[in-house]
Design a protein around this ligand. Structure first.
Ligand code: HEM
Length: 668
């Protein structure tokens, strides 16, 4: 491990000394420019102001482009239903497909495809963009600086949100033949040149570690788009498809279609299916272990099924998925105790509604404030900290679809928070095991051994996350999905390539959309970036117009009180605004009494929901937790007994009216 890290560092150094080599695909040239031109960089002091969302800015009602882009056959008229659908249809009654699963992503700024339709973007001089792996090596190197305030759970909950909102369509959406463009050993396959879905990342010459291992590529398969499912014509711009609903509706727990949801239900007491094994309660076992869990070595080891296909991706993610599953059943059991006359369907739907309410509250008031800053959220009407009653901000003209700029650039920046080594802790916060992330990808069996589930859960709350910065852990930039090989993939390079695949607009266009200053040359970038990063960008791109959003946005200095720079902050604020006001079932909305919580129920969700409580209620033997469980333990945030934490009072869902009716009927 040490030796490989050393090789890697050498490769970066080698890279720096090779800046003057010829091919723009493999290395970069610093264009000579006198240092004094960057004098502005040293003067950076004031923080940029992100223009507040204007009332009609994000309405899409009259936009014909958005209107015609409906790819699934949705009902032409929707009935008002008390519960949200599983596939997200009919959340918006006038535009039934808005926010639904298997619908296209949306965009803030027009695509950057070379042909305006689907071809990978090019530079302004019509050349191929620089190699994504080479960019990753140069500007996103490994350096493990840890966060002094936020714990690993903050990173992990972030991934839960990502999986609830977005899943770039896999080729299995259109047929059952998975595509391989670059095999596990890093060799190009026969498909790589001829299959239109293939866009493998070529290993650049100066990537000495991969070259030394004889690897020539990293796997990359293009996302299924509207063009592939005949939803857009061959001449109009294509849009990538997302497999999951855009809403924060816990589709990762409940599924994205009625059929999938039904398959996950026990069929009694409103409960979700679980299995008991090795002293714990787990999601159902997958039918084909070796296929579903690529990291599994035997066909009978633990491998789970949930509402989202990525449930087994990494062990801490799986811990949170299990917590959400167990919380549903905990709520369902309480509801059946207090409402003996309720049937399976009623208990299931009300428990689902409560759990979605609890998690939406955690997302907006406990989690997002860390990333976006409470003031920015209040100013842009994303949260209402002093609200006593309902917040009726639903806007039927807002499409809650996921923005490409969000899921393919801004939100992926938080891959920076990932840590490569995970430690497991006892209840007394004593570390007893340490694991390497890349050894446990798609291999959740660790949860069921050696107190793994509780040990990882406490580790999430006790260990710091990596700092939000331009440095990424080697476990995800060198070893991701390595399987039984020595080397794996580079998530940062994939993120850059994915943004090209999705035709995400360039960095400057987004700055312009966001009302930020528009750089005319590299020197102008100094308003938001360090001189070192401006120089690096100048070595990568010939012109400032060529800078990609996923690269430029990740190099900005952070807006104080947030974990991102101004351009990504603008995008994140807009996404979480439309996710909220475009969701008719959002938990604070009280306009439709059939959907809304009562005021007392809403109040208890506001007071009693916390990430700490979820850990306490759903561990196997977790007895204590700090109150702010996204924040590290400190004298101001000590570990306390679970009994001391507020909770959601489920007795407020006791259905006295119905109970009296049924008693009355019995007596008659
Ligand atoms: C150990 C933790 C994580 C791992 C191993 C991981 C890995 C991955 C992988 C392999 C992809 C697919 C890349 C592609 O082919 O395009 C992905 C996508 C993504 N990740 Fe992560 N990720 C992690 C944590 C996070 C976190 C903390 C966030 C945000 C806070 C995040 C946000 C996203 C988003 C938005 C996508 C795109 C989803 C889609 O539309 O398909 N991830 N991640």
């Amino acid at each position: 491990m040490f030796w490989c890290s050393l090789c890697f560092t050498l490769s970066i150094l080698a890279h720096h000394v090779h800046l003057e080599t010829s091919s723009n695909l493999t290395s970069f040239k610093i264009h000579s420019e006198p240092l004094r031109e960057y004098s502005k960089c040293n003067k950076f002091t004031k923080s940029p102001t992100i223009p507040t969302i204007t009332p009609r800015e994000l309405e899409t009602k009259d936009d014909p482009k958005t209107k015609k882009l409906s790819c699934i056959s949705t009902p032409t008229t929707c009935k008002k239903e008390p519960y949200r659908s599983f596939d997200g249809t009919c959340n918006n009654l006038e535009n039934p497909s808005w926010g639904a699963a298997k619908e296209p992503f949306a965009e803030l700024v027009n695509n950057s495809y070379a042909d305006g339709v689907h071809q990978f973007p090019e530079t302004s001089e019509k050349e191929q963009l620089p190699n994504p792996r080479a960019i990753s090596l140069l500007v996103f190197p490994p350096k493990n600086i840890i966060d002094f305030k936020w714990n690993l759970n903050t990173m992990q909950w972030g991934q839960i949100i990502a999986h609830d909102m977005s899943f770039s369509g896999r080729t299995t959406l259109i047929n059952n033949n998975p595509v391989t463009c670059c095999d596990i050993k890093g060799h190009l396959t026969s498909d790589s040149a001829k299959n239109p879905f293939c866009a493998p990342i070529i290993i650049p010459v100066n990537d000495v570690v991969n070259k030394a291992n004889g690897r020539e590529c990293m796997e990359f398969v293009r996302t299924v788009s509207t063009k592939d499912i005949d939803c857009t014509s061959s001449k109009s711009p294509s849009f990538p498809i997302s497999e999951v609903t855009a809403y924060l509706d816990l589709s990762l727990t409940y599924g994205n279609s009625r059929k999938q949801a039904d398959s996950l239900r026990e069929g009694r007491g409103g409960r979700l299916k679980v299995i008991k094994r090795n002293g714990g309660t787990w999601p159902p076992q997958a039918a084909n272990v070796l296929q579903t869990c690529s990291g599994a070595t035997t066909a009978d080891e633990p491998c789970y099924v949930a509402g989202d296909a990525r449930v087994n991706q990494n062990p801490q993610l799986t811990v949170l998925q299990v917590i959400l599953l167990k919380e549903h059943n905990r709520i369902a059991d309480t509801l059946s105790d207090i409402n003996k006359h309720w049937d399976d369907e009623t208990i299931y739907q009300i428990a689902r509604r409560i759990l979605i309410g609890i998690t939406q509250h955690i997302h907006y008031y406990e989690f997002l404030t860390i990333f976006l800053g409470e003031d920015n959220m209040v100013r842009n009407k994303l949260i209402y900290p002093n609200a006593k009653g309902y917040v009726n901000d639903y806007n039927k003209n807002v499409n809650a679809a996921i923005l490409k700029e969000f899921s393919t650039a801004a939100y992926r920046y938080f891959h920076t928070l990932i840590r490569g080594q995970l430690r497991l802790f006892t209840e007394y916060r004593f570390p007893y095991q340490s694991i390497r992330l890349s050894d446990w990808i798609n291999k959740p069996s660790i949860l069921e051994k050696n107190n793994g589930y509780d040990g990882l859960a406490i580790g999430l709350s006790f260990e710091p996350q990596d700092k939000s910065d331009q440095y990424f852990d080697l476990e995800i930039t060198q070893y991701l999905l390595k399987g039984n090989q020595t080397l794996g993939k580079d998530l940062r390079a994939i993120d850059i390539q994915r943004a090209r695949d999705h035709g995400v607009a360039n960095y400057i266009n987004l700055r312009s959309y966001c009302g930020l200053s528009i750089p005319k040359n590299f020197n102008d970038l100094c308003d938001y970036m360090s001189i070192k990063n401006v120089k690096a960008l100048k070595s990568i791109y010939k012109r400032v117009e060529d800078i990609e959003l996923s690269v430029g946005g990740s190099l900005e200095k952070h807006v104080p009180g947030t974990l991102v720079g101004p351009t990504f902050l603008c995008i994140l604020i807009r996404q979480f605004y439309i996710t909220r006001v475009g969701d008719r079932y959002f938990y604070e909305n009280g306009e439709d009494k059939e959907i809304a919580f009562t005021l007392e129920q809403l109040e208890t969700i506001r007071k009693g929901s916390s990430i700490a409580r979820l850990f306490c209620d759903n561990g196997i033997n977790i007895k204590s937790m700090q109150r702010k469980a996204f924040e590290l333990v400190s004298p101001w945030n000590p570990v306390v007994s679970c009994d001391q934490l507020p909770f959601v009072d489920l007795t407020l869902w006791k259905d006295t009216k119905e109970e009296e009716n049924s008693k009355c009927k019995d007596n008659v």
